[in-house]
Write a protein that binds this ligand. Structure first.
Ligand code: UDP
Ligand code: MG
Length: 312
């Protein structure tokens, strides 16, 4: 029997969201029922340590539209979303956080734009409520930098809350990189894209699974996946240091042979060798980041492992 047609797949990664999940599900369900289209909801549990899995299993038992994938451990938000995209069957998919920061009420508007012919409907956070100044400022800075150093349009200040067409899903699945940076990959793909504004809500409950460390990791992935800018920084600092060294050598020769004064001192030696050492280490580090990416792409390990799912 051919599978029934599904118009819209909801892809919702879950990591320790037991307090929010039932509320999120109810809100989502209400919106989807209002749209009167065949849909499926895919929860991807990213190795939660709380009661999220029990809640998901319970929802799947009572609602045939709910499917779930349990990952074998915490793989991170991007791999979790990718797992959902790999297994969704809809003609389009909406990627949405399950902590109610992305309001499900926006989905009909996303779908409306999709129906008008856009393959990608991005969302843009008009205001970020409940996020501190530091997170807002760093996010803004990062997107501005990324826009500067990449040569295609990454929508500013857009998260992963978006609707994408089946074509986009299929292309994403064929992109071989192991470090996923979906918002960048989707922007890179092109097609007709548009952006909707909405107000980002504060977290319903629980705490962000994106502490500073993970944010920096994601930012690095974004930069190294789409730009060789850091490598250029390494090259240019090499040139700059060589130039400075040249000037200082001229000065040293001048003072020895013309002024007949030798420059003495420990300070100048230590300062210059530490400066050069610092630049060298930084450049090696930058090269290392790129080699690390190559390394994990060469190993070709799966991006995530599924330990359990319902349905086929
Ligand atoms: N999430 C995940 N794996 C992780 C961290 C987060 O699947 O390792 C999920 C989380 O449950 C939520 C979404 O990804 O649905 C966004 O995470 P979070 O709210 O922690 O990020 P923030 O909104 O603070 O950027
Ligand atoms: Mg959140």
């Amino acid at each position: 029997m051919p599978a029934a047609r599904i118009d819209i797949s909801i892809v919702a990664p879950v990591y320790n969201e037991e307090a929010t999940l039932p509320v999120f599900y109810e809100a989502l369900k209400k919106v989807l029922e209002g749209m009167a289209l065949p849909y499926e909801i895919i929860f991807i549990d990213d190795g939660s340590g709380d009661g999220s899995v029990e809640i998901i299993r319970h929802l799947a038992r009572k609602d045939p539209a709910v499917r779930y994938l349990l990952l074998s451990r915490n793989f991170g938000h991007q791999p979790a979303v990718m797992a959902g995209l790999d297994h969704c069957r809809g003609a389009c998919a909406v990627i949405i956080d399950s902590d109610l920061q992305d309001p499900p009420e926006v989905i009909p508007a996303l779908y409306e734009h999709y129906r008008r012919g856009f393959e990608v409907v991005n969302t843009r956070r008009a205001r970020r409520r409940g996020e501190n100044l530091f997170k807002r400022a760093t996010a803004r800075l990062f997107y501005a930098l990324l826009a500067k150093i990449t040569d295609f349009d990454i929508p500013l200040d857009a998260g992963d809350f978006k609707l994408i067409d089946r074509k986009i899903i299929d292309h994403l699945r064929q992109m071989p990189e192991r470090h996923k940076y979906l918002r960048g990959q989707i922007a890179w793909l092109g097609f007709r894209q548009t952006t909707l504004e909405y107000e980002r809500q504060p977290r319903h409950a629980g705490s962000s699974g994106y502490p500073l460390k993970k944010m920096i990791r994601l930012a690095w992935d974004g930069i190294t996946a789409f730009s060789n800018f850091p490598l250029k920084v390494a090259t240019w600092s090499g040139f700059l240091v060589s130039f400075l060294a040249f000037v200082i050598i001229l000065y040293a020769l001048y003072s020895k042979f013309i002024l007949h004064e030798t420059i003495t001192g420990w300070t100048s030696l230590i300062v210059s060798s530490m400066f050069v050492g610092g630049i060298q280490l930084m450049s090696i580090g930058i090269i290392g980041e790129y080699i690390g990416r190559i390394n994990s792409d060469v190993r070709r390990r799966p991006v995530y492992i599924i330990s359990e799912s319902n349905g086929e």
